[in-house]
Design a protein around this ligand. Structure first.
Ligand SMILES: *[C@@H]1O[C@H](CO)[C@@H](O)[C@H](O)[C@H]1NC(C)=O
Ligand SMILES: *[C@@H]1O[C@H](CO)[C@@H](O)[C@H](O)[C@H]1NC(C)=O
Ligand SMILES: *[C@@H]1O[C@H](CO)[C@@H](O)[C@H](O)[C@H]1NC(C)=O
Length: 653
């Protein structure tokens, strides 16, 4: 057993619990006098009305003392030690759409509590940070007046997809508007009577549609966010409050922000301007004071005709000839996608860290993470390999610099390092570390150390002296804080994307904001100077991290154990969630009688490794919520775009 800081470690387990309880109750009473001064420690907790809750919490602990649960594994759960939970024994209500498969969660400001169950009163329900509100970013797309050849149409659809994916990954809610929204605007009739030049007419339509939706961002669908997550412009846009109608120097009509009243006012001014028939844009049609101009920004790349003409000559030539317009347009999606990918690579100059704590027996465990890391460090297919995005002329093209993949045994909080972490369920980890698939209660208690994963992973960040549950807060921050989530990707070992469906792979694209390269070889672009088959970088040199190089036989055995553990954990968790919402524990007990050995073992392992289990459930819920959020949005969008599509058909025929 690993050395621990618990001073009661030499006591029998039952006594340990009673001792820590007593200590806690005493502390609580000591604490009550000074609770107000402690309220400043954490900005999230500061919002909790402290002293009152603490008091009722303390009473509860006292109330609870005589009813110690009889089942040992559960006793160690600190949920009833929590001073912050409400006065009644009621778990917080289920939130809408807060489960997926076996994962369940509860979104709340109290997510920094080490143990979720202290808030949810439910072992299976993880507390996640509140979902960030995504400010809408609108684009206007009207297929009616456009070129009709199939190539152009396919390219336009792909460009819309790239636009939506890039804005989604940066924390926005992209919305494609069409003529119906413009016609919904009360000022639509006034514009119709003006008989404007087509260019301004189109621009008016965009504004009418925008004004119809209200406050927000109006963006051309060839303008995508092309910067790190913390770019000042993107951070400002993400705030969702736009006090002035603003345009951005150098982006022409690519990007505007503003409030509903300001938009309406500008539209009205443009309509009432007698000179409106002679101008080409809204900006020219209104007084210059109408807009605030932001002169300095580089977070958004706009692939306007002007930009393409001056920067991407290969595309310009194709577009200039009517016979090859479609081909020219078809070059844009891979170009923009490769620029998005390259910008991401340029952000993480320290490379990608594939976390490998306890390197001795976890080579197969991190294989999916290495697969993702290799694809991320690869160069995306592009028609103009050494080109830079319009907003960052001094980029480092992918072909000229290789991203480094490392396998550190500890998590490092470096802002230029992207971390891919794989969190194993403690059952999986124990099975691999001890090379056995017949774990039983006696073995676990006598032979295994607790919370091995989190202790190892945070050894550098938090030193060796801290108890495992105290490490959870940092771990959760690394996964889910604004800062951490932009610099890391966390997988559970039992459900990595490569084991899941093709949809899971696509999910990664939406997380990163570009399509990850996943073709083994480039298809037919032999004229590009990018090296062909070697384009996928080799596996990292020290593939086994700090651990010894395993033999073939070791690896085969490890893979077998991992497969078995995956089955075990997935089946087990599925069985438990079948019990349903509120009566989690009761249903669990019932199940336990049906499949005693199976359920028992998992429960014992989880109770023995409380912090590792918590970390695993947190990551599982975090990923599930991300998937659900996007799928729900996609369903809404599908309904909407079906409508738009029918309207297109109406216009075309
Ligand atoms: C939950 O999701 C379903 C579709 O998956 C949707 O119909 C329903 O409105 C959602 N519930 C809430 C309250 O958002
Ligand atoms: C990592 O560093 C950032 C900035 O230095 C800090 O805000 C954040 O809390 C750190 N994250 C962890 C998990 O320690
Ligand atoms: C990575 O690329 C390979 C082909 O090179 C592909 O088989 C695999 O599915 C890709 N993985 C991910 C996670 O994109």
């Amino acid at each position: 057993m690993a050395p621990r800081m618990n001073p009661c470690a030499y006591l029998p387990r039952r006594l340990q619990i009673v001792a820590s309880l007593t200590a806690f109750v005493l502390l609580c009473f000591l604490f009550l006098g000074t609770s107000t001064s402690d309220a400043t420690v954490d900005p999230y907790l500061a919002q909790v009305p402290f002293a009152k809750q603490l008091q009722s919490g303390a009473h509860q602990v006292v109330d609870n003392l005589p009813h110690l649960p009889k089942d040992l594994p559960y006793v160690t759960t600190p949920q009833w030690l929590n001073p912050f939970r409400g006065p009644a024994h009621t778990p917080p209500p289920e939130q809408a759409n807060s489960s997926s498969g076996e994962a369940r969660w509860y979104s709340d400001f109290k997510w920094r509590n080490p143990f979720s169950s202290s808030v949810t009163l439910d072992e299976e329900r993880a507390v996640l940070p509140p979902l960030r509100v995504r400010p809408p970013v609108y684009t206007y797309f009207d297929a009616a007046g456009r070129r009709k050849d199939d190539k152009s149409r396919a390219a336009e659809q792909e460009l819309l997809l790239i636009w939506r994916r890039a804005w989604w990954a940066q924390g926005f809610k992209p919305v494609v508007l069409g003529r119906p929204e413009a016609m919904n605007n009360p000022q639509y009739r006034a514009v119709q009577t003006l008989e404007l030049e087509p260019e301004l007419d189109m621009e008016m339509m965009r504004w009418l549609a925008w004004g119809n939706m209200g406050t927000g961002i109006l963006c051309n669908w060839l303008a995508v966010p092309m910067a790190a997550h913390n770019d000042p412009l993107l951070a400002f846009l993400r705030r969702g409050e736009y006090p002035h109608l603003t345009r951005y120097e150098g982006l022409d009509n690519g990007l505007f922000v503003g409030g509903k009243d300001d938009i309406d006012k500008a539209l009205k001014a443009a309509i009432n301007n007698p000179a409106v028939k002679r101008v080409k844009s809204i900006v020219e049609a209104v007084e210059s004071e109408t807009f605030t101009v932001d002169p300095e920004h580089d977070g958004v790349a706009f692939y306007s005709t002007t930009t393409i003409t001056s920067k991407y000559l290969a595309i310009k030539e194709k577009l200039a000839d009517p016979a090859t317009t479609g081909d020219g347009l078809a070059m844009l999606p891979p170009l923009i996608n490769s620029h998005l990918h390259m910008t991401w690579q340029n952000t993480f100059t320290s490379g990608i860290a594939v976390l490998k704590p306890l390197p001795e027996h976890t080579t197969s465990l991190i294989e999916p993470a290495i697969d993702i890391a290799r694809n991320l460090s690869q160069c995306s297919d592009t028609p103009i390999p050494a080109s830079c995005p319009p907003n960052r002329p001094r980029c480092k093209p992918c072909v000229s610099s290789q991203m480094l993949i490392s396998l550190p045994p500890v998590f490092r909080n470096t802002s230029t390092l992207f971390t891919i972490g794989t969190v194993p369920h403690p059952y999986t980890l124990t099975s691999l570390l001890h090379t056995r698939d017949d774990l039983n209660l006696k073995f676990i208690r006598r032979e295994t150390s607790r919370d091995a994963w989190i202790l190892a992973a945070t050894k550098e960040l938090l030193g060796t002296g801290l108890a495992s549950y105290a490490r959870l807060v940092s771990m959760k921050e690394a996964v889910a804080s604004d800062y951490g989530s932009a610099r890391s990707l966390w997988l559970t070992a039992e459900r990595p994307p490569s084991v899941g469906s093709a949809r899971d792979l696509e999910e990664l694209d939406w997380t990163f904001g570009f399509r990850l390269p996943r073709e083994p070889m480039p298809n037919g672009h032999s004229e590009t100077p990018v090296p062909g088959p070697e384009r996928r970088p080799p596996p990292p040199k020290q593939e086994f991290g700090d651990g010894p190089v395993p033999s073939e036989l070791d690896l085969v055995r490890e893979k077998g154990l991992l497969e078995k553990a995956r089955m075990f954990v997935r089946n087990g968790a599925g069985g438990r969630s079948g019990g349903g919402g509120g009566g989690g524990r009761g249903a669990g007990d019932e199940k336990q009688q049906q499949q005693p050995a199976f359920e028992r073992t998992r429960d014992v392992v989880e109770a023995w490794n409380l912090a590792d289990t918590e970390a695993w459930k947190f990551v599982r819920a975090w990923n599930a919520r991300r998937r659900i959020e996007r799928r729900r949005w996609e369903e809404e969008e599908e309904e909407f775009s079906k409508g738009v599509f029918h309207k297109w058909i109406d216009r075309i025929t």
